[in-house]
Design a protein around this ligand. Structure first.
Ligand code: SF4
Ligand code: SF4
Length: 432
């Protein structure tokens, strides 16, 4: 049953989408040199969630048949048979490949050695290198190479799979690398796509499921090919820096900096790389639009970036560039901050309090009167603010005070007399 047929008769299908058996795609998960954090991130996604994609309830995208070494019900030969069919071209349905963790350079081993494995020689598809005993593990690097050929699309999830990440850091004895490095510049999927990269350590789960959904919608013809940047990242997620959307950016602008993690202020002087790191966690949050590095008081250590972690370490030191930008921000921001405090003080007065020169609050700091400097500042500020428009400040000054007992009492007004108040004659109800 097609999607249009279902749309015309929604009751024909309880989930309101195409018949799941007509519209499926297999998703083969490969785990290289990683920590399973990307799988955890995937499980936390909710726009869309993995469950929605597996149940086929996302309109216009096929129901996903997930093959995941950690999440699958099956194990052993039962689990491996679909992988083998995919390589041999007998699966009978399209598939995509998702790599979590980096690809180790175990291809350079002459014999049976491996760093990351999936299945054993007895599960090997025809043509895949499987030497030695039937229980000899098969290399993930062999699976990745063999499966990428027929895949509709290949995805890297997380920084290890995209750029090499932690396994590829200095001292990289496994020769680890990203999926893109391994498949090479010329690689294209069966649908003509280079590897799609969704970095992060761990990534935001929604970043991955949304990207997968967009690509599947493109395959369906529902949308144009989403925009990817020159490194294969979803452009709409990774074009902006962390800093631009950081909730602490106002502190940076005013030159106020944290002394230790967890402080409210901007974290740049204790190692935040946010001004130069492309990541959307400050817009999207970590899970379900909540949390994230700066919300938790943590500095950005550049985990989405190529070259992480070495290019952003040591994590406890401020980035060298922050000495220049931080100093400029301190000087410029310090002046701006003081001017803003003046305006804030003026802004914390109602016109009634201004006229009475008194705040009827028992909360210490609010009870003080404006200083002469503040009055002068407020005068010129209002002049500029209302220039060319209705001057509400002047109108307010002419307003008679309300009959608040406290304010009038402070000004020594006889409460038994109704007029005049503060030099203004109160218009009686009858005159109005
Ligand atoms: S904490 Fe980092 S990202 Fe946020 S404003 Fe400071 S430098 Fe920018
Ligand atoms: S803000 Fe920085 S450390 Fe946090 S997820 Fe983004 S890139 Fe990684």
């Amino acid at each position: 049953m097609s999607y249009d047929e279902v749309a015309a008769d929604p009751l024909s299908n309880p989930v309101g989408g195409p018949d799941p058996d007509d519209n499926i795609i297999h998703l083969f998960w490969l785990q290289g040199m990683g920590c399973d954090g990307c799988t955890t991130a995937l499980l936390a996604a909710n726009r869309p969630s993995l469950e929605e994609m597996v149940l086929g309830t996302v309109p216009r995208i096929p129901r996903i048949i997930l093959h995941h070494p950690m999440l699958d019900d099956d194990s052993g030969p039962d689990f491996m048979s679909a992988y083998r069919q995919a390589v041999e071209g007998t699966l009978g349905a399209p598939y995509v490949v998702v790599l979590e963790g980096s690809i180790p350079d175990d291809q350079s081993f002459p014999g049976e050695g491996y760093f990351a494995a999936l299945g054993v020689a007895a599960d090997a598809p025809q043509g895949m290198r499987a030497t030695g005993r039937p229980d000899q593990p098969l290399r993930v690097s062999d699976w990745a190479w063999a499966m990428a050929r027929r895949a509709e699309a290949c995805f890297s999830i997380g920084t290890c799979a995209t750029w090499g990440g932690i396994p590829a850091a200095a001292g990289n004895i496994t020769g680890s690398m990203g999926f893109m490095d391994y498949l090479g510049r010329e690689y294209r999927s069966a649908r003509g796509l280079p590897v799609v990269n969704v970095p992060g350590c761990a990534p935001i789960g929604d970043n991955f499921t949304e990207t997968l959904m967009q690509v599947l919608l493109y395959f369906d013809g529902a949308v144009k090919l989403p925009e990817f940047d020159e490194l294969g990242r979803p452009e709409w997620m990774f074009a902006e820096t962390v800093h631009r959307h950081c909730m602490k950016a106002g502190y940076y602008e005013e030159g106020v900096f944290a002394h230790e993690p967890g402080d409210n202020e901007c974290l740049v002087e204790i190692g935040c790389w946010g001004p130069v790191v492309q990541c959307n966690i400050t817009e999207r949050g970590a899970i379900n639009h909540t949390g994230g590095c700066m919300i938790a008081g943590g500095a950005c250590i550049g985990c989405t970036m190529p070259g992480f972690p070495d290019k952003y370490s040591p994590f406890y030191k401020a980035p060298p560039g922050s000495a220049v930008s931080g100093t400029v921000s301190r000087i410029y921001g310090g002046g701006i901050r003081r001017l803003r405090r003046l305006s804030m003080t003026a802004g914390n007065h109602t016109p009634i309090w201004d006229r009475a020169d008194h705040i009827p609050s028992a909360w210490g700091i609010a009870a003080g009167q404006k200083t002469p400097a503040q009055k002068v500042n407020a005068y010129f500020y209002k002049k500029l603010q209302y220039k060319g428009t209705v001057n509400h400040s002047a109108r307010n000054k002419k307003q008679p005070q309300p009959g608040s007992r406290d304010i009038l009492k402070q000004k020594g007004v006889d409460m038994s007399a109704s007029v005049p108040v503060l030099g203004e004659r109160v218009v009686t109800r009858e005159e109005l």
